[in-house]
Structures are given as C-alpha cells and as structure tokens.
Design a protein around this ligand. Structure first.
Ligand SMILES: [Zn+2]
Length: 152
C-alpha cells in the first residue's frame, strides 16, 4: 500500500519518524482539539494512526488504533493491517524530522558536511530543503530493512 498518507498523533512520534524514513507522507499532530484533527484528516486524505481512543473513526475518517506502545509492535501491526512495504527508491526519500521529500545533493558540496569516511564511501547524498539535514543511503536503509525484516 504505497499511496497512503498518515496522520500520527503525538504520543506515537517515534513511529511517525520511522514511517517517514520508509517514505510515507506522515504528519504528526496533537489529537486535540478533535475537530481540527478531523478536518485536517479529511482535507488531506490521511489515515489516522493513534493510541488515543477518543479519536473516533467515521465514514470519512479512517483510524488505526495501535495496540502496543512498542515501536516494533506498532510497525508489525501497520504492516499486517495496511500491507506496508519498503521499496527501493521510496525508503529514505523523506526527512524524518520535517516530512519533506529530500533532494539530491551534489557530492562535491558534501565534503565538509559529512564525516570523511562517509564522503569516501558514499556516492549519493540527499539534503532536506527545510532543515538541511544530510542523508546518505547506506546506513539508514540497512537499518530500516533490518528492523522491518525482523518483524516477521
Ligand atoms: Zn528536514
């Protein structure tokens, strides 16, 4: 399920960052006030992911209630309920802090901005246009894959 967009409530902030790293458009928001939450979910066509049972599902509001407080369990549940996948080119396409799609960055300009080992061993760099954080594929992708593969 690739085209789903999420709105994760604040108590599940860690999960929100993981979903972004997996490439999913994931807004993070307070559950309250509820009318504002519903309006945003409706306008932006997002699926609510929450542990807050005061958030009610409705005809136009789809809600996934997380059963666990544990990140690994939460990811497992989402994968089970929504068939989440991590595909090449999607993982790691989004800043996990800003939820903004990262942009390719010129390697030469990274020389003074990343550790020397990283500069020597990595070819592709991306930068967040909002917070300017720099991403490179190897480490983070492996981390995500390992985490997801251990969920089965
Ligand atoms: Zn950012």
């Amino acid at each position: 399920m690739r085209d789903v967009q999420f709105l994760v409530t604040e108590e599940c902030a860690r999960l929100a960052r993981w979903l972004r790293l997996m490439g999913y458009d994931t807004a993070l928001a307070a559950a309250h006030p509820l009318p504002a939450l519903y309006q945003r979910v409706y306008q932006e066509s997002r699926v609510v992911v929450t542990r807050n049972h005061r958030v009610k599902a409705g005809r136009l509001i789809r809600v996934v209630y997380l059963e666990s407080e544990m990140l690994a369990e939460q990811l497992r549940q989402l994968r089970r309920d929504l068939q989440l996948t991590v595909e090449d080119g999607q993982a790691f396409s989004r800043c996990d802090r800003c939820n903004v799609v990262v942009e390719p960055a010129d390697k030469a300009s990274m020389k003074d901005q990343v550790p020397p080992y990283v500069f020597q061993t990595q070819q592709a760099f991306h930068a967040c246009p909002s917070c300017h954080r720099i991403y490179w594929a190897a480490t983070h992708c492996d981390r995500i894959r390992t985490r997801l593969e251990t969920l089965t």
